[in-house]
Design a protein around this ligand. Structure first.
Ligand SMILES: Nc1ncnc2c1ncn2[C@@H]1O[C@H](COP(=O)(O)OP(=O)(O)OP(=O)(O)O)[C@@H](O)[C@H]1O
Length: 260
């Protein structure tokens, strides 16, 4: 039996009187690649922020590595290192791509500038954007900026192996990317999972079908405040669950109502 890394038990969360999560139970197991999917506004990013300790539940308990979390991550660090890859983070427009990607190492490490530049170039290479380190963010397309943000998010400090997270959270890393750029990121997510010093466990929030199929081993479908379906990724093709059938067919007919 796989070991639970993160457990959400009976979580309720509401915003402005709207209950987004309603007695939600959810477990992330060690070594698994889990996708959380579901219609827009159903609370997927909220779940990631709860897992990350950036948001506190109104009710319920969160266990991280078997320990009950009290408060937010800023109050008390977790016993496990939860890493985040939130690509929406804006780039600094006045810095070059290279300075953006290496920002954290320039600020907080004792590595030489040349070493950081080499690491930055490797990271840019991994997202399929070699040789653009001297450009300014304004010169890039939206999709390129997103990949540069991804390159920044996966920068590791080789002088500090403890940097490797126990679980990584990805919030829509391929949204807005063309199919080929999406494949580059999807392959990279898997590569980061199995690679040397990789992080074996991750939670992926995505709407993109290719990303669900290529990066997840297990899928949770969130709707109306609860996990309504869970299964192995290949089971999304065989289940007769009406929510899954409607979601993957894209039909407006069915139990999921399109938000206006
Ligand atoms: N800080 C907040 N203040 C007010 N409302 C919020 C806040 N965060 C989330 N919400 C609301 O909670 C609901 C769920 O938001 P969330 O971003 O978790 O959904 P999601 O499933 O990730 O959506 P999408 O797929 O569209 O990104 C939405 O109605 C959203 O407007």
């Amino acid at each position: 039996m796989a070991e639970p890394l993160i457990e959400l038990k009976g979580i309720c969360k509401q915003f402005g009187g709207h209950r987004v999560l309603d007695q939600t139970d959810l477990t992330v197991y060690r070594g698994e690649a889990l996708a959380i999917i579901g219609p827009s506004g159903t609370g997927k990013s909220t779940v990631l922020r709860l897992i990350a300790g950036l948001l506190a539940p109104d009710e319920g308990e969160i266990f991280v590595g078997g320990n009950r979390r009290v408060g937010l991550i800023e109050d008390e660090p977790d016993s496990l290192h939860v890493g985040m890859v939130f690509q929406q983070a804006a780039l600094f427009d006045s810095l070059t791509v290279s300075e953006n990607v290496g920002f954290s190492l320039y600020q907080h490490s004792r590595l030489s500038r040349q070493r950081i530049r080499d690491l930055v170039e490797r990271s840019l290479d991994m997202v399929g954007l070699p040789g653009i380190g001297d450009r300014m963010p304004a010169e890039l397309s939206g999709g390129m900026r997103k990949r540069v943000s991804f390159a920044r998010a996966i920068m590791a400090n080789p002088a500090n192996p403890d940097d490797t997270p126990d679980v990584l959270l990805y919030d829509e890393p391929t949204a807005g990317l063309d199919p080929i750029a999406s494949t580059v990121i999807e392959d990279l997510v898997r590569h980061l999972q199995i690679g040397e010093r990789g992080c074996q466990s991750y939670v992926m929030v995505t709407h993109q079908e290719s990303t669900i199929r290529r990066t997840a081993d297990r899928v949770l479908f969130l709707h109306s405040g609860k996990v309504q379906w869970e299964g192995k990724t290949h089971e999304i093709d065989t289940t007769d669950n009406p929510l899954i059938r409607q979601f993957f067919s894209g039909s407006v007919e069915g139990p999921i109502h399109v938000l206006g």
